[in-house]
Design a binder for this molecule. Structure first.
Ligand SMILES: NC(=O)c1ccc[n+]([C@@H]2O[C@H](COP(=O)([O-])OP(=O)(O)OC[C@H]3O[C@@H](n4cnc5c(N)ncnc54)[C@H](O)[C@@H]3O)[C@@H](O)[C@H]2O)c1
Length: 458
């Protein structure tokens, strides 16, 4: 099939490459010329394990193309997937300006097009416009209306929310837990189902449903996952207060099959380009239709507080004004391991809090230095390519991302190089007993502090 992906970001690039990999002819369109130039030189603008090789192989085979030429990309496609960003606006609603701008261009291209396959008079072969971006219920209708302002030629609408996880995106797309398709009629659903056949043939489920339900599935899924994270973080806060150990609580609780053990790890709260904005968008959807969502409002509030609670541990340890002039090392910038995405990353909140308090920061991330620099952090912090060199003389180490390479470090070298052996672990990477034995002062989430100084007013 001839496919155009609109937006060559984490979703458009991965899904476009995977569609090309099974034999489709895919054009990835973007308005960012720099991104497209990079891709045409065989370089991926994002870090995603395995993606570079797949891009190069499929480009070489002539199945994968990158362009900024919207008219051609739209006219030649049988199926157009809209994969542009839907960030939060100032009120927390999903901002649809990129989606609707793409829709207007699609409408103009259909109108100007040749009127053959993918836009012709034959309804059964009409171009399908699929919204893959995460959008509030009703957005497909808005996209349809926007296209209709520019053309009277036939086209079909579909919704296909994407569930890939950055860091495991290729595997998630090739072996999906499920594929969800919303279609305006049976024929459109069947055509989209066929497109996913290579990915669902081995028993991975595909659900075809009405468009409003498909739009809601994605928000319901992300809201549930965010809820699990805020839930365990709230329990972790209680554990700290009452002297319980959240690891033990986790073991005892998650052995109940009805609860399960996935996505219930305490830490710095959720970040990234999806959960924060999708929870806010859900809350806005509720407000707009007069059905408030108190549960999700609390999920968001707990998540916001979680970072503040962690920063308070640093404040309490160093005392009033005590961070001023201190040097703090940060391990991990990306919002989670396996990606260079730092949107809404907890590390940014923590590093900014340290800078605000007059500390200087040296950070290391295996892949996210460039994205961090581009995020206004070029000159504000130092970057280190080595996890140990950066520890020379520092007053504390803060761990923000659970990259595998941080999980079993050389503790002796760390202790010797640090000015003060103080570790603030936002990901509970280490056993508290091991840190006690290694002689660190160690703060984590939902567990007792180790070797912490007794407050002078106690
Ligand atoms: N990142 C994820 O893990 C993930 C997972 C599932 C769903 N989603 C959803 O998918 C959507 C895209 O997310 P993303 O992370 O890939 O975004 P992104 O910001 O990485 O990429 C979006 C791209 O769209 C381009 N763009 C904007 N307007 C355009 C236009 N008119 N024509 C062509 N290109 C245009 C931008 O230049 C950018 O490269 C969002 O709605 C997001 O919520 C993201």
């Amino acid at each position: 099939m001839r496919i155009t992906m609109v937006g060559t970001g984490y979703v458009g690039l991965v899904t476009g490459t995977c569609f090309a990999n099974v034999g489709n002819d895919v054009t990835c369109l973007d308005i960012d010329q720099k991104k497209i130039d990079k891709l045409n030189n065989g370089v991926s603008p994002i870090y995603e394990p395995g993606l570079d090789e797949m891009i190069q192989r499929n480009t070489k085979a002539g199945r994968l193309h990158f362009t900024t030429d919207a008219a051609n990309a739209y006219q030649s496609a049988e199926v157009v997937f809209i994969c542009v960003g839907t960030p939060s606006d100032e009120k927390g609603r999903a901002d649809l300006k990129y989606v609707l701008a793409a829709a207007a261009d699609i409408g103009k291209a259909i109108e100007a097009g040749p009127g053959s396959t993918g836009g012709g008079a034959d309804e059964r072969r009409a171009k399908i416009i699929v919204v893959k971006s995460t959008v509030p219920v009703g957005t497909n209708k808005k996209v349809q209306d926007e296209i209709a302002k520019h053309t009277k030629k036939p086209y079909k609408m579909g919704s296909n929310p994407e569930f890939l996880k950055e860091g495991a995106a290729i595997n998630d797309f090739n072996k999906p837990d499920r594929v969800v398709i919303g279609a305006e009629d049976e024929g459109t659903g069947d055509r989209l189902r066929k497109l996913y056949d290579p990915f669902t043939r081995n028993g991975h489920p595909i659900f075809v449903m009405d468009i409003p339900s498909a739009e809601m599935v994605k928000y319901a899924a992300n809201a549930m996952l965010a809820t699990k994270i805020s839930f365990i973080n709230e329990i972790a806060a209680l554990c700290e207060h009452y002297g319980s150990d959240v690891d033990e609580v986790w073991r005892g609780m998650t052995s109940d099959k009805r609860i399960g053990n996935q996505f219930l790890y305490p830490g710095l709260g959720y970040g990234g380009s999806c959960f924060p904005k999708d929870v806010l968008a859900c809350i806005s959807m509720g407000d707009e239709c007069g059905h408030p969502t108190p549960l999700l409002t609390s999920v968001h509030a707990v998540n916001q507080d979680q970072r503040g609670r962690f920063i308070k541990k640093l404040d309490d340890h160093f005392g009033q004004g005590g961070l001023s002039g201190k040097r703090v090392a940060v391990w991990g910038i990306a919002f989670k391991p396996g990606t260079d995405d730092i949107r809404e990353a907890p590390s940014l909140t923590l590093m900014n809090a340290l800078l605000d308090r007059g500390a200087s920061v040296v950070a290391h991330d295996p892949v996210a230095h460039e994205t961090c620099r581009d995020h206004g952090m070029q000159d504000r912090i130092d970057y280190s390519d080595d996890v140990y060199d950066m520890l020379d003389g520092v007053d504390a180490l803060v761990i923000c991302t659970d990259w595998p390479e941080f999980k079993q470090p050389d503790f002796e070298q760390m202790r010797k190089r640090m000015g003060q052996p103080v570790v603030f672990d936002g990901r509970n990477l280490y056993q508290t007993q091991a840190m006690r034995d290694e002689g660190f002062v160690y703060y984590s989430v939902g567990r007792e502090p180790v070797n912490a100084p007794v407050p002078t007013n106690a």
